[in-house]
Design a binder for this molecule. Structure first.
Ligand code: G3P
Length: 183
């Protein structure tokens, strides 16, 4: 199982990379806003440090805006994966960006149907938010199991990126279920 680190903090990434366990990075606009540098510069530096997939999220809420921002983010570095939120606009944007060979991480996934649609439009990664589901008394890990099963049934290439993890047990359970990545 691959391990990504959910931060935009260069010092934290520099601290972890020498351990040889960091396969990629996930960021979001809030994480990038906490850093002093311009977000594009921070993303570029992260890509240079990690040389694995680095998720960078759009802030637009309409499909055209997501596609425009997605193309700009993808131009920063070949390692960028454009993160789009699940929804009608996100599904449309994912399909368009994926056809342009831009890697897309469909995030804020809370159900197996959402994960199925993300895979159908060519998402490279799908991010079920396990901690947020646990917060509302719904099993986040049960969702991960369902998504892994569905993707296996149809041999979808989309990788299951377990996000919003809150404890080491989430990571152990994700590994036992055969999830591709934890962040
Ligand atoms: O990138 C999304 C991730 O940071 C969400 O995690 O802990 O805020 O649910 P959390």
């Amino acid at each position: 199982m691959k391990l990504f680190v959910d931060t935009a903090n260069i010092a934290a990434i520099e601290d972890l990379v020498p351990l040889g366990i960091v396969d990629g990075v996930t960021t979001n606009p809030s994480l990038l806003a906490k850093e002093d540098e311009d977000p594009s510069e921070t993303l570029k530096r992260i890509c240079e440090l990690v040389r694995g997939p680095v998720s960078a999220e759009v802030i637009a809420t309409d499909a055209e805006g997501m596609i425009r921002e997605g193309r700009q983010l993808a131009a920063i570095d070949e390692h960028i994966a454009v993160k789009v939120p699940f929804g009608r606009a996100g599904v449309r944007a994912c399909g368009t960006l994926a056809r342009e060979n831009i890697r897309v991480n469909v995030t804020l996934v809370f159900s197996p149907t959402q994960a199925l649609l993300a895979a159908k439009v060519g998402a490279t990664f799908v991010s079920p938010f396990v901690g947020r589901l646990d917060d509302i008394a719904t099993s986040g890990m049960e969702l991960v199991g369902q998504v892994v099963e569905i993707y296996d049934n149809y041999e979808f290439a989309t990788e299951v990126l377990v996000a919003s993890t809150r404890s080491p047990m989430h990571i152990v359970e994700a590994a036992r279920m055969g999830a591709d990545i934890c962040t």
